[in-house]
Design a protein around this ligand. Structure first.
Ligand code: BGC
Length: 710
């Protein structure tokens, strides 16, 4: 019998674990809280002050509000029909224009002439803050150049990725609070430095698509008529230590907006939740920007604005598809005394005025919007313009290379040297037979786009790819230069043809491409690969004892060039899993986020040795250092991480570590990174005693331990 060697190269996937379809109960490991502690009856909205950073903008906003009529104020905080995904009202006599709000987390949505950026989960797999910042900046530039004032991006912990069946996990970053916080911070800084305002979303506890709202598509797991928003019941320890962390970093980075989510939190709609919005976000985190609703997240006028919401989207647009929320209804609520005018004044200062002024857009507006993404409102002169920059393509390819995660490499099957005969199998290796446009291609659900190479998940986060280099194209190009023969089959279920191709060609290497598509509105029904990918792998592996499996799932690398560069060893894979993969569903407790083996990924070099670590405990930030040596013969790029018990609290990426070279990785730790949330005292505290620090390559490979005494 021939032995089969499987080499796994994953291109970011959200995978394995269970999903609870009922109420989400999160951990309460100290057993200190009851839910009733968490959602007291009333939490009035704290008035905006502008904080320290936005004081001047706040004064200008205040002066403008003082000159407005009630109708003008309500008009500003209610969404209207227009060219963009969302459009604010204008007060032209005071020089306040319509502001354009557009999706989404991987680039400007539904518009031609933009880049499809790697998804959040993909860039997370690079574990590289610089690349994350650069992606944010390049993306922010494209939003600004297309005339977008407010990008509906990024996803900063809603979902956090609690369940691998979550349809939208690919839009976020790590399924880890700290990692997501780091990525949220760098992304928001990058985007806002480029001039566009960001929207950290979806606040909070938004961890599943099933039962998120009554606007679900027909292929969702539950029928549409039972899709009332689910309640995420979160004790406030889990809220602080997990779900809020990314949003806290988003606020620290200065995000202009936070979008509240579809789900309820502890029995109250997230967009009307005075505890999470007024008490946590505006009071505890001192958020001075605007809380914006998700599209369809507003279920009432008075409760939402009193509960802290500052702007209703899509408001009175889209022919009332999501209800006609705010607008005249809000004016009536104010006249009848259900809502105070001072709350409306405060909302206008939160959104849009203070962020708009502080971003510089009031004085230097982005160029006019020339396209129209809104299917209801048809603009006669709508057309796109190309805002892509040449260097962005190189950045996207680099993110692709740096995020490719090598899970298994038996007998050094990779990198490939000059194979004589290559078999390339799988629809995911080739072009989509219907292309990326047409049908709903400019809209949000590219459901046909799952039979060619998978470039991004679907939903409002979908971005039209301007060009696609398929893996087949990139590999075939290299093969020609090496005089290799290449035999490809793109039909995933033509098992006989596939078996014959692999066997008759006597392929010395077979590369099988499989994928798993995920999309907004629909959680994954199973954790299997699409189109019986498992059977496809087995068919290929039965015919070739040197089979390489490339998995494109959820948030894949888009460029075939990047895959080819990794396969042929131009670059050593340095990606690591930003989420957990288990061996089977049984390994996961049903109601928790699992953490093993998080951060896993190999490179082409031998495992390095990290031989000592030190901790500098002077002023904050404290520093932990570890020395890392590349003991192999390949260039080595690996992120490092360390965990106090199960918590990730730092990572660093050492680029281009030459053979034999030793370098020091440094992790800066804030007091917050050592702290836990006390539900009794309602504050962060540093636990007494020894905290063990471990440094290593992944959660299953922790080499160094030291301890830190509080
Ligand atoms: C999504 C948001 C998105 C909005 C506008 C909603 O369905 O949840 O993430 O920004 O639509 O397209």
């Amino acid at each position: 019998m021939r032995s089969t060697v499987l080499t796994l190269l994953t291109v970011t996937l959200s995978y394995f674990v269970a999903l609870s379809l009922g109420v989400i109960l999160l951990r309460d490991d100290a057993g200190l809280t009851t839910l009733s502690d968490n959602s007291p009856e009333t939490w009035p909205a704290p008035n905006a002050t502008g904080g320290n950073a936005w004081t001047a903008a706040f004064s200008r906003a205040q002066a403008l509000v003082a000159q407005m009529t009630l109708e003008e104020k309500v008009n500003l905080i209610t969404g209207h029909d227009g060219r963009c995904t969302g459009n604010t009202g204008a007060v032209e006599r005071l020089g306040i224009p319509v502001l354009c709000l557009n999706d989404g987390p991987a680039g400007v949505g539904r518009v031609l002439g933009v880049s499809q950026f790697p998804a959040g989960q993909t860039v997370a797999a690079t574990w590289d803050r610089d690349l994350i910042y650069q992606r944010g900046h390049a993306m922010g530039q494209e939003f600004y150049d297309q005339g977008v004032n407010i990008a509906l991006s990024p996803v900063t912990g809603g979902p956090l990725g609690r369940s691998p069946r979550g349809g939208r996990n690919f839009e976020g970053f790590f399924d880890d609070a700290y990692g997501t916080g780091e990525a949220a911070y760098a992304t928001i800084k990058g985007m806002q430095d480029a001039g566009v305002l960001t929207t950290a979303k979806h606040f909070i506890g938004y961890e599943q698509e099933t039962s998120r709202n009554p606007y679900a598509p027909s292929d969702a797991i539950d029928p549409t008529d039972v899709q009332v928003p689910i309640s995420s019941n979160i004790d406030n320890k889990a809220l602080h230590e997990l779900y809020l962390w990314g949003f806290a970093e988003a606020v620290r980075a200065g995000t202009g907006y936070v979008m509240c989510s579809y789900n309820e939190v502890n029995g109250t709609h997230a967009c009307a939740n005075a505890y999470t919005q007024n008490n946590i976000l505006k009071d505890e985190l001192n958020f001075q920007g605007g809380i914006m609703s998700d599209w369809g997240g507003v279920w009432s006028d008075a409760e939402t604005i009193n509960g802290g919401l500052d702007i209703s989207m899509p408001g009175v647009a889209l022919l009332g598809y999501f209800g006609l929320m705010w607008g005249d209804g809000l004016v009536s609520s104010i006249e009848s005394g259900l809502v105070s005018e001072s709350r409306v004044d405060d909302a206008v200062r939160h959104s849009p005025l203070t962020p708009w002024i502080s971003s510089g857009q009031a004085d230097n507006p982005p160029p006019a919007v020339t396209y129209n993404v809104n299917p209801i409102f048809v603009a006669e002169d709508a057309h796109w313009r190309d805002v892509r920059k040449i260097e962005t393509m190189a950045l996207i390819r680099q993110i692709g290379e740096d995020s490719a995660t090598l899970l298994k490499n038996v007998d050094g099957a990779l990198p490939l040297h000059a194979p004589k005969v290559l078999a390339i199998i799988g629809a995911d290796a080739g072009a989509n037979e219907l292309g990326a446009l047409g049908g709903q291609g400019t809209n949000e659900y590219p459901t046909w786009n799952i039979n060619g190479t998978l470039t991004l998940g679907g939903g409002s986060g979908w971005v039209i790819p301007p060009t696609i280099v398929t893996p087949y194209e990139a590999i075939n190009y290299r093969a020609r230069r090496m005089n290799s023969q290449v035999y490809a089959v793109f039909n995933d279920t033509a098992y006989d043809v596939i078996a014959q191709t692999v066997t008759n060609s006597m392929a010395d290497v077979a590369i099988v491409f499989v994928s798993a598509f995920t999309e907004e509105s629909v959680d994954r029904a199973t954790l299997y690969l699409d189109r019986d990918g498992e059977a496809l792998i087995e068919t290929v592996a039965a015919g070739c004892n040197n089979t390489i499996v490339v998995i494109h799932a959820g948030a894949p690398v888009l460029s075939g060039d990047a895959i080819a560069n990794v396969l042929f060893g131009d670059v050593s894979p340095s990606g690591k899993l930003p989420y957990t993969i288990g061996h089977s569903l049984d390994e996961y407790p049903p109601n928790t986020i699992s953490d093993d083996p998080f951060g896993y990924g190999l490179s082409y070099s031998t495992v390095y040795e990290a031989d000592n670590s030190t901790i500098q405990k002077t002023n904050e930030p404290f520093e932990v250092t570890a020395q890392v040596t590349n003991t192999g013969t390949s260039l080595h790029r690996k992120p490092l991480s360390w965990y106090p018990w199960i918590w990730l609290r730092g990572f660093d990426k050492l680029r281009a570590l030459s053979p034999g070279e030793t370098r020091t990785a440094t992790f800066a730790l804030r007091r917050k990174d050592f702290s836990l949330w006390s539900t009794e005292r309602q504050l962060w505290y540093v636990p007494e005693g020894d905290i063990q620090l471990q440094v290593g390559a992944s959660s299953t490979k922790l080499y160094l331990t030291s301890s830190w005494s509080s």
